[in-house]
Structure formats: C-alpha cells, structure tokens
Design a protein around this ligand. Structure first.
Ligand code: KIV
Ligand code: ZN
Length: 516
C-alpha cells in the first residue's frame, strides 16, 4: 500500500477565503491542532504577501516541531528570501515556489513567453534550493496548461532541485478522468520524475475537488493538498476530512493510506470553523451535524439492528463527540483549563481567571454553559487588547427599540480619559448603536462587514460578532467580540476595532493591508 502525504493549506489558501482574517494567535492554535491531526506538511503562509503572514510562518516555525512547515513564494527572489527568513526556526521546512504556466496566465497576467517562464523556474527553484533542501514547485493553472510545455517546466524544476511537483487545478476546471490522465502523463513523460513526490491541489469551482484529488491518487499521485472544511478561494479547496476518510474507508479501492489521526478530524473542523467564523453546513460530508444522524424510520431500524446497514464509517472514527457537553456551575477553573487544553488553546493565568469569572457570571444568570461557549469566551479573551492599551472605553450604552418607534441609541465613551456622548437613530438597534459610536469616535471609521452568529443554540446563546471596517486611509481593521447580548457583542466588536485603528494610526504610516 502506498502512503499518501497530506499537505494542509488551511492557513495559506484557506485563509485567502473572503471573510476570513485569522490573527497570529489563531493561526498558531490551528497549526498546533494540525500537528495533533498528523498532517505531513503545514503550509503556514505566503510571507511576502503581508506582515501578518510573515509573522505567522515565523511563529509557527518556532512552536510546531513534528511537522514540515512550508512557506509559499513566487518565482521572485525577494519572495524566496522572505519565505526562507520566516522559516528560519523550523526544524523541518519546505519552500513552495510557483509560477503560472497556462497560455492565458502567461499572456495576460505575467506577460512572459515560454522561454522566460522556463528560465524563471530554473533560476528561482535553484535559488530556493540554496536555502532549503525540501522544495515544492507548482505550475499554476496546470490543468489549463499545454501538456508538453507543462512537462518541460516540471523537468526544469526537478533539474533545479524540486523534490515535490504539485499540479494545481487553480480554477477548478478539471474533470476527474482528465486530471488523473494529466498526472499519469507527467509520470510517463518527464524524464527525471522518478523519486519525486507528485501532489494534487484542486479547487472546487465545479464541486469536483475531492473527486479530482482521488483520481490523481489512483493515477499515481502521493500527496494531496487540502484544507479543513474545504476552505479556500471562491468555492474552496479539496476538503481534507473528505479525502482522508475516502482513502480510509475505501483503502480496498485506492490501495493507499494516510497517517492522519482521524479521531482528531471533528475537533480540528470545529476549531477552524469557530476561529474563522465559517460555519460548516449541516449536511457536509464527514463533519456536518447531520453526517451521522438517521432520520427515516427504515434507516433508524437498520442501524439499531446492525450499524453497518447504513453507516460506512463510524462517528467514533472521526472523533465525533455528539452533543455538546455541558459544564456545570461548579466546574471551576480546572474544568475550563482542561477543555481549553484539549482544544489547543493556551491562556495565561490571568486570562484563565477572567474566562472562569465570565463563565461563573453566565451560570449565575442561569445560562447553560456548553463546551463551545468556553472555547468562544477563551478566544475572545485571547484576542482582547490589553486593558491598558485601550484608548476608547465603553462607559454607558442605552438602546431603545420596538415595533412602533425608530430604534435609537446613546453611548458614553471614554476617549483617552475624557467622557464623550453620542446619540443616533438607525434601522435597527445595532445600526443605531454603531452610528452613535461613530458620532463620538468620528467619521474615520466606516463599517464594511458585519457578521453575527450564535455559538450554541437557544435564546440564551452566546453570540459572536465579527466586523471589518475601513479607516479614512483605506486601512481595513477586523475585530470580534462575544457576549450573550447581540447589541453588546456588536458594540464591543466595534469599539475593539476602533481601538485597533487608533493604536495603528498612532504607531504606523499608511499601508493598505488587513491588520490582524
Ligand atoms: O491554486 C493554486 O494554483 C495555488 C498555487 C499557489 C499552488 O494555490
Ligand atoms: Zn490554490
């Protein structure tokens, strides 16, 4: 049986999904969990693309030791230098170099001809090799690239030192048989391909990324690039949990295995969905809430008689914990600490005290505390600015709403020690509160995105509000807050974001990136 390596790109391609903006703490938490899951390679970021991505690769390289840490670079010297520098502390490292090779990308994006692309590949793969033994090379948009040119590019990359060749279906265009045939063609026509790992990287624009990845394994690929919950650009990337469970459940068909600890799949999926705010659909294969529930009487009867009548895998295989576990009023700091440790969330003693206190306050209000609440409160605490850093503090908030009045709000904020009051009306209470804050803070904040989600069920559920706003210099700031009250969660998130903007404006000059 052949081993298939699992290359996780949740923190790179997954993080490119619209609406996702993980900060460094969150990326490190996910990387630690990916290590427990047993992925072979973690693509931790694209260091040249932003300060946040550079620092995430740097930090993950320091703390995750059992797994290969990979950084992405274009065929550009400064990209490769940034990747090598960010990976400095990694025990096992890989640089992933890519350049587009399809005619449409060469003509319209790169404005380069085939000879120029070949020489960029030769020079830059060799340059990357001078920093790192383990080099992956990708001809971007491979599935729309002329086969023979693709093979020439691959041969050049291998000659220059590439040890893994990845065949990206960048735009999700390929069909399974066709994609499998492309992999076979590479194996049969690239003269120096023996001993080189062949990787798949599929996007889901036509809903075929998992099928394409598996067809490639059947054709000889031995690495799959994937993301948790299938996150990624546009329709996303290959869902890691789906390819892994397909290979496990149908090892008779694929004659292949992975070294993924499948019992960690559910926990990993939940952590990623909580941190990214990207909810998993109920009927999603493997990790959706309905994946193992049987509704029809015939199915229920069958499963009771013999599980395998309607279940091809067991929920235990993926570490499904079923219902959310309640933690009682008296559970205290140690129970909280245990839940957080199990979920790779590390808090300082002070932060732990703060979270335990909030849990006690909520229990005193008769709220049932579930595991997911504890995790959400802990993440909220991790992402809080130090109290001493806050330039804007909420002193008072009043909101008036109803079916016969225009919602209105008054806020009293303390800005640099001075109290200021603002009032406004809005289409709803959150809108009114947001406008009242804007009246005090000034027009420099513009709300661009607002997302609200309940952490658990029930009218007493904690909710999470994630916002993004733009300041007057087009900088984008993201922030999140958790509270049992929707309006309070919204106001906290807006104030947190406004603090970030003010601190940023104090410290740095203009630049157009998302700040984490
Ligand atoms: O989809 C793609 O082509 C990529 C490359 C950078 C591998 O993400
Ligand atoms: Zn991609």
């Amino acid at each position: 049986m052949k081993k298939v390596k699992i290359f996780d790109t949740t923190l790179r391609d997954g993080e490119q999904s619209p609406g996702i903006n993980l900060n460094i703490n969150e990326k490190v938490m996910i990387a630690r969990q990916l290590e427990s899951l047993g992925v072979d390679i973690i693509e931790a970021g694209f260091p040249i693309s932003s300060k946040g991505s550079y620092e995430a690769v740097q930090e993950i390289s320091k703390v995750v030791k059992g797994t290969i840490i990979c950084a992405l670079a274009r065929t550009v010297k400064k990209d490769i230098e940034a990747a090598a520098e960010a990976l400095h502390s990694a025990e096992k490292k890989r640089i992933h170099v890519f350049v587009a090779t399809s005619q449409i990308h060469m003509d319209h994006k790169l404005r380069k001809n085939k000879e120029e692309i070949i020489s960029m590949v030769a020079d830059n793969v060799m340059y990357a090799k001078s920093f790192c033994e383990d080099i992956e090379f990708s001809p971007e948009d491979a599935s729309r690239t002329d086969m023979d040119f693709m093979c020439k590019v691959i041969e050049t990359a291998v000659d220059a030192g590439a040890t893994t060749i990845n065949i990206p279906d960048t735009v999700g265009y390929a069909q399974p048989e066709e994609y499998g045939a492309r992999i076979r063609y590479v194996l049969e026509h690239v003269p120096n391909i023996k001993g080189i790992d062949i990787s798949t990287h599929c996007h889901d624009d036509l809903g075929l990324s998992v099928a394409n990845s598996l067809a490639a394994v059947k054709a000889g690929a031995n690495q799959i690039e994937a993301t948790i919950n299938g996150l990624g650009e546009r329709a996303g990337n290959t869902a890691l949990e789906e390819v892994v469970m397909a290979l496990k459940t149908r090892k008779d068909y694929y004659d292949a295995y992975t070294e993924i600890n499948t019992k960690e799949l559910f926990r990993t999926s939940r952590l990623v969905s909580q941190l990214t705010g990207m909810h998993v659909q109920r009927n999603k294969a493997i990790i959706g809430q309905n994946a193992f529930s049987h509704q029809s009487g015939i199915h229920q009867h069958g499963v009771i008689q013999h599980k395998k009548t309607y279940e091809i895998m067991s929920p235990e295989d993926i570490g499904w914990v079923g219902e959310n576990i309640f933690i009682g009023k008296l559970s205290g700091k140690n129970a909280v600490k245990k839940i957080l440790e199990e979920n790779k969330i590390i808090l300082s003693e002070d932060q732990l005290k703060e979270v335990s206190l909030k849990i006690k306050e909520l229990s005193d209000k008769e709220k049932d505390i579930e595991k997911d609440d504890v995790i959400a409160l802990a993440i909220d605490e991790l992402n809080s600015l130090g109290k001493e850093e806050d330039m804007i503090k909420l002193d008072e908030l009043t909101v008036l709403t109803g079916n016969r009045i225009t919602p209105s709000s008054t806020v009293v904020l303390e800005i640099n020690g001075k109290k200021k009051t603002g009032s406004a009306q809005g289409v709803g209470p959150v809108d009114a509160a947001s406008k009242a804050i804007k009246e005090v803070v000034g027009p420099f904040i513009n709300l661009k995105e607002y997302r609200l989600r309940a952490i658990t069920g029930g009218t007493d559920a904690l909710c999470n509000v994630a916002i993004k706003f733009e300041d007057d210099k087009s900088n984008i700031f993201a922030s999140e807050a958790v509270d049992e009250d929707v309006i309070m969660a919204s106001v906290k998130a807006i104030i947190k974001g406004a603090n970030k903007a003010m601190i940023y404006q104090k410290k740095f000059a203009d630049n157009n990136r998302v700040k984490d």
